[in-house]
Design a protein around this ligand. Sequence first.
Ligand SMILES: [Zn+2]
Length: 233
Amino acid sequence: MEGLYFDKQEIEHIIISVIAISLGFAIVFAGINGLLSSPKEFLVFMVLSLVTVGSGFILHEMAHKLVAIYYGASARFIMWTKGLLLMLITSVFGVLFAAPGAVYIYSNKITKAENGIISIVGPLTNLLLVGFFIALSKVFPVVFHLSFIGEPLNVWAFGAKINLILALFNMIPAFPLDGSKVFAWNKMVWIGTILILLGLGAVLISPFIIVSWGMLLVIALIFSKLAFGGNQR
Ligand SMILES: [Zn+2]
């Protein structure tokens, strides 16, 4: 095991990506109108977004890095400048194309099983955060009233929903998403995880999440086939 190590450039990439995903997310929810009409509230929402979305994103990535290093690989987070810019542009139109970067793993001796485990720990970290935020919402509820969000915002319940969506999205079995590597490793583990996530989604968000996720799955599979063809893995 090489140990956990970050150089200056990786730390810069992490900080920029976390700020960008939180900003993109805040723009999707507040809209440009929200940003211009109440900049102070936007700033508050940006901080809430950092605490709920930014943390969910980076802890997910760091889980990949930690387990990859555990298996003897070197692993570092690399920001995608184009993905990051695309994310900020689409957020203005109300769509979060959340692709600011990812952990790259370098090794020539990672097995399919190890790769599956390295991949699943990301979504499982988001699932842990779902539990953590639900617990926080019970013991230490925080509610904000923001003009660009119609109803009072229960911050921790919101964080739980967002992390559940992050887990569900990443578990889609389309390359290069985590789900494709989990599916290739062990189909039962993939199905079990998806059933838990969709069940939680039906309760915490809406039963319609199952339909939305199914539609997203089809789109992602088509996109993956077009972009990566048959030469994945
Ligand atoms: Zn991941």
